[in-house]
Design a protein around this ligand. Structure first.
Ligand SMILES: Cc1cc2nc3c(=O)[nH]c(=O)nc-3n(C[C@H](O)[C@H](O)[C@H](O)COP(=O)(O)OP(=O)(O)OC[C@H]3O[C@@H](n4cnc5c(N)ncnc54)[C@H](O)[C@@H]3O)c2cc1C
Length: 386
């Protein structure tokens, strides 16, 4: 075997590339080569993720992706090896606007109709999960007991290790820099070490996938946006665990990470770009929103060295973009997860393997996730995003 050719070439060795490789390999397709620009695998967004998993989405297809994936995390060690460390400590959404509450109640109907356990709570009932919430304007809350968080690095390295044991190859320090096309066929990708020919090529480059698609002449609307994760020092006033708790109106979120509190809030005004420095100038806004809803937080001390920033790869409707490219059917999209790539990685790996090996994904209908949706006049967005 050399690294100049493979049946399937996967670009990107994050959780998505690793899951696609694993799902191909367990179906007997082991002539797979992952090309990764970094010196080590799993150094992109996967390593910088907060690892949240949830069923509470507004769009049915997202709920299917979550249900399937979270079930697979439960038996990850037995199935794949390694560890997913799934902790189903719940997601709690606090809502303070009547119209948002009406939307959430509709979403809960949909979630329940698909077999998801979700509770509708009155304001004061939320205190059994998180102490000291300011409740005067809360009109309701939802709690998903089967949501929680997992270990993204453990999952990605588990998939990658098993895939390698089955014969998948990984070429590190090997960026894809260009491509050789013949009509609507992607013949080879180019790296500094030369051309790599693949019958199929999967773009699993996360926040960089738009840039990589452009090398193939494809307009993939996925852009990198910075997300900060701030951490406090030990803070026992919030017990461990608390659910991953969102103040829906502001988007402030927090959960326990060991004895500390991990928290964040997206800066909607920040333009796209690759910036991995923690945004300290944004922190006062985050703290203001957090302390306003959770006054106890004022007593916590920031653990500056434990804070980090990473990238979301965001699509225009906050939904993943999956499947074969219509005008170049041997090139496949697997990106645009908009902050949910870890929790949707098992389903994505399985579905992309189906696209390649069976001609079309069939375990979950991904037609509304295909890139062709952006050619329509109106695209329905996932609204439950932060
Ligand atoms: C702060 C933060 C919190 C998050 N919280 C959550 C959460 O709670 N739950 C959740 O599900 N998700 C969360 N996410 C999102 C999640 O991390 C991503 O959706 C997921 O990791 C995407 O995986 P990936 O494999 O597609 O991308 P990555 O892990 O980024 O992997 C892509 C790989 O492609 C490589 N690459 C790029 N360009 C090239 C090239 N030209 N040639 C070769 N290789 C290339 C990169 O080096 C990288 O290794 C969070 C992200 C951040 C930053």
């Amino acid at each position: 075997m050399n690294n100049n050719t493979a049946e399937v070439v996967i670009i990107g060795a994050g959780i998505i590339g690793a899951s696609v490789a694993y799902h191909l390999a367990i179906r007997g397709c082991t002539d797979v080569l992952i090309l990764e620009k970094a010196e080590a695998p799993i150094t992109g967004s996967t390593a910088l993720s907060a690892g949240g998993v949830r069923h509470q989405f507004a769009r049915e297809v997202n709920i299917h992706l979550s249900k399937y994936s979270i079930d697979r995390f439960k038996n990850f060690s037995e199935e794949v090896g390694g560890h997913a460390d799934l902790r189903q400590t719940g997601y709690l959404f606090l809502i303070n606007k009547e119209d948002t509450w009406a939307q959430f109640q509709e979403q809960v109907k949909l979630q329940r109709s698909l077999g998801v356990r979700v509770e509708l709570l009155e304001a004061r009932e939320t205190l059994k999960y998180v102490p000291g919430i300011r409740l005067d304007d809360i009109v309701g809350a939802t709690f998903g007991p089967d949501d929680g968080f997992c270990d993204p690095y453990g999952i990605a390295s588990g998939y990658l290790k098993r895939a390698r044991e089955l014969g998948v190859r990984v070429a590190l320090s090997t960026p894809v820099i260009s491509a050789q096309l013949h009509g609507d066929h992607l013949v080879a990708v180019e790296t500094p070490d030369g051309l790599v020919r693949g019958e199929f090529v999967v773009n699993a480059c996360g926040a960089w996938s738009g840039q990589v698609a452009a090398l193939f002449g494809i307009d993939l609307p996925v852009e990198p946006y910075r997300r900060n994760a701030y951490m406090t020092e030990r803070f026992p006033k919030f017990p461990d665990p608390i659910p991953l708790t969102f103040d829906v109106e502001t988007g402030f979120w927090m959960r326990k990470e060991g004895d500390s509190v991990l928290f964040g809030l997206a800066n909607a005004a920040e333009p796209p770009g690759v910036n991995l420095n923690v945004d300290w100038e944004w922190l006062p806004e985050v703290l203001e929103a957090g302390i306003e809803r959770f006054p106890l937080l004022e007593e916590a001390r920031l653990a500056k060295k434990q804070c980090w920033a990473g990238l979301y790869g965001i699509s225009p409707d906050h939904m993943p973009i999956l499947g074969r490219h219509p005008e170049m059917p041997n090139y496949l999209h697997a990106s645009g997860f908009s902050g949910h790539g870890v929790m949707h990685s098992p389903a994505t790996g399985m579905l992309i393997a189906e696209e390649i090996l069976d001609g079309r994904a069939h375990s979950i209908n991904i037609d509304e996730l295909r890139i062709t949706r952006f050619r329509n006049m109106s695209v329905e967005s996932e609204t439950n995003v932060y």
